[in-house]
Design a protein around this ligand. Structure first.
Ligand SMILES: Nc1ncnc2c1ncn2[C@@H]1O[C@H](COP(=O)(O)OP(=O)(O)OP(=O)(O)O)[C@@H](O)[C@H]1O
Ligand SMILES: [Mg+2]
Length: 260
């Protein structure tokens, strides 16, 4: 069963007299367990597409099914509920709450679900462990590096056990080593948990971590193919553990696979 099914989806914006067709007649299916990358020049409609898949926006025309549910006639409240139950979001700028520590940020989707505090703490801790950040649970975003903040955001996206993770430029604000760590986490979640991932990126290298690459141009899908020469990322030791080792003992970070 597809997790995403768009049929003839169009999205137009009107500003004054001018109409911009940000997406034109897009058909797209994503099966459970796929890891899809979307590329295209600035303004080609990537974020518009991701926001539609994420039910943050409505198509101007066409039909949309997400997690097996036809969304075309859903109320805003029903869409919000669908997002909370089935979707996890990761953004370029992390979008963490600055006054909450990492653990409380990760708990947020569960607060909206009305889960009791003990259960929230337990699940949020497990999600932070999954991204190697258990030791940073009580740090606020300003006390974390960019890569760590993005890992908190991934834990927050994961904590509700979504069917689908949507990431808009997840490495856009990160250095290359942090980017590789984020891709390593995505690949592990995809491979071991069967999590479906759709990511938008400007970076050809980042895109090649996925198994399928869709290219947009002027609001249309112009190619949709399996990734050839997919990059498979070795997961380095979690930063929290590496930091606990004496200076020099951790070896060159990001090389991975050499230490026994
Ligand atoms: N809220 C809006 N109102 C009017 N036009 C918009 C709006 N959002 C996007 N557009 C237009 O729709 C088109 C697609 O925008 P979109 O943000 O999806 O591009 P993108 O591929 O994500 O670009 P980038 O790589 O720069 O993030 C652009 O021409 C943009 O100007
Ligand atoms: Mg964009």
């Amino acid at each position: 069963m597809p997790v995403v099914r768009l049929a003839g989806v169009t999205r137009s914006y009107r500003t004054g007299q001018v109409r911009v067709d940000a997406l034109r007649d897009v058909d797209l299916s994503v099966e459970s367990g796929e890891f899809v990358s979307i590329m295209g020049p600035s303004g080609s409609g990537k974020s518009t597409l991701l926001n539609l898949v994420g039910c943050l926006d409505r198509p101007t025309s066409g039909s949309r099914e997400i997690a097996g549910q036809l969304t075309d006639r859903m109320s805003d409240g029903a869409l919000a509920d669908l997002r909370n139950r089935f979707l996890g979001f990761v953004f370029q700028d992390f979008r963490l709450m600055p006054d909450l520590d990492a653990l409380a940020n990760v708990e947020l989707p569960l607060v909206y679900r009305g889960l009791p505090a003990r259960e929230r703490h337990r699940l949020a801790r497990a999600a932070l462990e999954e991204v190697g950040l258990a030791a940073r649970a009580h740090h606020r975003p300003a006390q974390l590096s960019g890569g760590e903040q993005q890992r908190v955001a991934i834990a927050r996206a994961l904590v509700g056990q979504p069917a689908l993770i949507l990431a808009d430029e997840p490495t856009g604000a990160l250095d290359s080593q942090s980017s590789r760590m984020i891709m390593a986490i995505f690949q592990r979640l995809n491979r071991e948990r069967g999590l479906t991932i759709v990511q938008v990126t400007h970076d050809e290298r980042v895109a090649r971590h996925g198994g399928r690459l869709i290219r947009l141009l002027d609001g249309r899908v112009v190619s949709d193919e399996p990734v050839v020469e997919r990059i498979v990322e070795e997961e380095a030791a979690p930063a929290a553990e590496a930091a606990a080792l004496p200076a020099g003992a951790a070896g060159p970070a990001g090389q991975g696979g050499e230490q026994r």
